[in-house]
Ligand binder design. Structure first.
Ligand SMILES: NC(=O)c1ccc[n+]([C@@H]2O[C@H](COP(=O)([O-])OP(=O)(O)OC[C@H]3O[C@@H](n4cnc5c(N)ncnc54)[C@H](O)[C@@H]3O)[C@@H](O)[C@H]2O)c1
Length: 253
C-alpha cells in the first residue's frame, strides 16, 4: 500500500486513463478526489471505488475555470484533510489540419490541455506551500509532447507545452520537496481513441507506429503515473516518462 491515506486529486477521472488511475490509487489506500467536468461519470467512478472498499468522493470541476478551480481545491482539501498528489489528466484532442483549425477550436484545446494544467498545478502548489508540505504532480503529456503527428496542431502544441511546464515547475519547487513529472502515453484505448478501433486500416496503422505492434491499455499508463507519484520516484522531478511501446524510438524500415 504505497498511498495509505494520501490525499490524491485526479482531474478528468470520469473515464479512460483518469478513471483507471483513480481506481488504482484507491486500491493502494489513497483517499481519492474523482473530479471531472461531467458529474455523471465522476459519480460512476466514485461508486466503483466505494463498492471495492476504497475511499473516494466525486466533484464536478471544469479545470479551465479559474474561480471553479480555486473553490474546487478548497473543497477537495476540506474533504481530504491534506493534499498530497495531483494528477492533471483532463484532456481533449482535435483531428483537424492546421489550415482548417478554427480559432475557437485552437483555444478550446489549449485551454483544457495547457491552461487547465497550469491553473490546477498553481492552485495545488499554493496550498502545499501555505502548509509547508511536500507533494507530487503528474501531468498527462503524450508522445505528441515530443514528436508530431498529422492533423493534431493544437494537441501537439499543448502537449509539448505540458512537457515544458513540467520542467519549469520542477525547477521552481524542487527545494520545497514538490516533485513535478509527466507521463507521455502512446495510443491508449479509451473513449478518446475508440473510433480508431472501428476501422481496420487505422487499427493496422496504430499497430505499425508502435515498435511493440500494439496499443496500450489504461492500466499500463496508470502504473507509470502511480510510480512517478510514489516514493519509488523520490529523486525524479522535471522528467517526462514516455510510455509508448517504442513509438518515439524511431521509424521502422
Ligand atoms: N488515449 C490516448 O491514446 C492518449 C495518449 C496520450 C495522452 N493521452 C492523454 O491522457 C489524458 C486522458 O485521456 P483519455 O484517453 O483517458 O481521454 P478520455 O476522453 O477517455 O477522458 C478524458 C476525461 O477528461 C474529462 N474532461 C475533458 N475536459 C475537461 C475539463 N475541462 N475539465 C475536467 N475534465 C475534463 C472528460 O470528461 C473525460 O472524462 C488526456 O490528457 C490525453 O490527452 C491520451
Amino acid at each position: 500500500m504505497r498511498f495509505q491515506n494520501k490525499g490524491v486529486v485526479v482531474t478528468g477521472a470520469g473515464g479512460g486513463i483518469g478513471r483507471e488511475t483513480a481506481l488504482e490509487f484507491a486500491a493502494e489506500g489513497a483517499k481519492v478526489v474523482v473530479s471531472d467536468i461531467d458529474p455523471i461519470t465522476a459519480e460512476r467512478t466514485t461508486k466503483e471505488i466505494v463498492e471495492q472498499g476504497g475511499q473516494a468522493q466525486a466533484f464536478t470541476l471544469d479545470t479551465t475555470d479559474p474561480e471553479a478551480v480555486a473553490a474546487g481545491f478548497a473543497a477537495f482539501e476540506s474533504w481530504l484533510g491534506d493534499l498530497d498528489i495531483l494528477v492533471n489528466n483532463a484532456g481533449i484532442r482535435e483531428i483537424t489540419p492546421v489550415i482548417e483549425l478554427t480559432y475557437e477550436e485552437w483555444c478550446h484545446v489549449i485551454n483544457v490541455n495547457l491552461t487547465g494544467v497550469w491553473l490546477c498545478s498553481q492552485t495545488f502548489v499554493k496550498r502545499l506551500l501555505a502548509t509547508d508540505r511536500p507533494g507530487a504532480i503528474v501531468n498527462l503529456a503524450s508522445t505528441l509532447g515530443v514528436v508530431a503527428a498529422p492533423n493534431r496542431p493544437a494537441y501537439t502544441a499543448s502537449k509539448h507545452a505540458v512537457v515544458g511546464l513540467t520542467k519549469q515547475m520542477a525547477l521552481e519547487f524542487g527545494e520545497k520537496g514538490i516533485r513535478i513529472n509527466a507521463v507521455g502515453p502512446g495510443v491508449t484505448r479509451t473513449a478518446m481513441t475508440a473510433h480508431y478501433f472501428e476501422d481496420p486500416e487505422i487499427t493496422a496503422s496504430i499497430r505499425s507506429i508502435h515498435a511493440m505492434n500494439r496499443w496500450a491499455e489504461v492500466d499500463e499508463i496508470a502504473r507509470a503515473i502511480l510510480f512517478l507519484a510514489s516514493d519509488d520516484a523520490s529523486f525524479i522531478t522535471g522528467t517526462t516518462l514516455i510510455v509508448d511501446g517504442g513509438w518515439t524510438t524511431g521509424k521502422k524500415m
